[in-house]
Design a protein around this ligand. Structure first.
Ligand SMILES: [Zn+2]
Ligand SMILES: [Zn+2]
Ligand SMILES: [Zn+2]
Length: 336
């Protein structure tokens, strides 16, 4: 009888560095250092994300074979917490003001405790999208997770991809762009659709341009806007476009001022986020406070104030913060 030796698998953690060298920025990967390449400053962030995504995609592994890489390294990437728990997800973290980017498997507790980090949805990395599907059209069934999951995953991803101080209007617009873009990373909004978002679309668009996340091709103006996204990671989203578009429409409906009872983008973004993370049948939801604050960019908005106003407006039936875990538990008002 032959004994089989188990070959240890490479750890699922990857790091790239953006180095300033004479003549510009160079993207250096710890795992393929020979491939250091020059990147333009404006696209450095998305080049780093895209490269890390490439590594993660080439090492897809069954969930039970994934372990918390943060724990493996003594949890040095974050402040102290009560120990590893929760499902293992890919966590994207940035350090040293965006010079270092790390993508690693981490448990829910470590993910919540890591500063400047966000969970990258598995659906963003699953299968590369092939441009120009030449198959004949036939009725199709929706595939993959439902609208809520798609919206929650993209909002979480945007927390990593956009600057931490991105406005709520910019996040709402970026969510729509990510869900509606085509295989060439192009997206078009009619004037009516832009109005339906109830944000200062022009300002939000300029903000995303300043963050080098998109480039306006036409507009924004009276006829709407056409833009090209510069975040190459989004190209690998697995959900097909009709399913993504349905999720985009769900987000518009859920976040419209008439439903939230307020026009303020912060409240509408938080309302969409909480609805996306609620159980559709019971309306109950639970999440780490830190994570909601990060994913919704609520650093300066007063987290308790936002929850209280959503309750006063009849979006939430109630909420409480668990003193032990630091989690917030909420229930959507009936019919939400
Ligand atoms: Zn590499
Ligand atoms: Zn940890
Ligand atoms: Zn952990």
């Amino acid at each position: 009888m032959r004994l089989r030796t188990v070959r240890p698998q490479a750890p699922r953690t990857w790091t790239v560095e953006l180095r300033c060298q004479t003549g510009g920025l160079v993207l250096v990967c710890q795992h393929c250092p020979q491939d250091g390449r020059r990147v333009a400053a404006e696209s450095a962030r998305s080049a780093a994300l895209a490269h890390l995504a490439l590594h993660a995609r080439s090492d897809l592994r069954a969930p039970h074979l994934r372990i918390c890489q943060c724990h493996e390294r003594g949890c040095r990437w974050h402040r102290r917490h009560r120990g590893c728990t929760g499902p293992i997800r890919l966590l994207l973290a940035c350090e040293r003001g965006g010079r270092i980017w790390r993508l690693a498997d981490a448990c829910g507790a470590c993910a919540a405790a890591t500063a400047q980090a966000a969970i990258v949805p598995d659906t963003v990395l699953a299968v590369p999208l092939h441009p120009l599907p030449a198959r004949p059209r036939r009725p199709r069934r929706p595939r993959g997770p439902g609208e809520r999951v798609r919206v929650s995953e993209i909002l979480s991803y945007l927390a990593a991809a956009l600057p931490a101080d991105a406005s709520a209007g910019a996040r709402l617009l970026a969510l729509q762009c990510a869900l509606r873009m085509n295989a060439y990373m192009r997206v078009e909004f009619s004037a009516g659709l832009l109005r339906g978002l109830c944000i200062d679309a022009e300002e939000a668009c300029h903000e995303l341009e300043r963050a080098r996340w998109l480039r306006a091709v036409n507009g924004p103006g009276a006829a709407g806007v056409a833009a090209e996204l510069r975040d190459a990671t989004l190209l690998a989203q697995s959900p097909a476009r009709p399913d993504r578009r349905r999720a985009a429409e769900w987000a518009v409906r859920t976040g419209c001022p008439a439903r939230i009872g307020e026009a303020e983008p912060w409240l509408r973004l938080s309302g969409v986020y909480l609805a996306a993370h609620s159980d559709p049948s019971s309306g109950a939801g639970q999440r780490e406070c830190d994570r909601i604050i990060r994913d919704c960019g609520l650093h300066d908005q007063g987290f308790h104030g936002v929850l209280s106003r959503l309750t006063a407006n009849g979006v939430l039936e109630g909420w409480r913060i668990c003193p032990d875990s630091g989690d917030v538990h909420w229930t959507l008002a009936p019919g939400r």
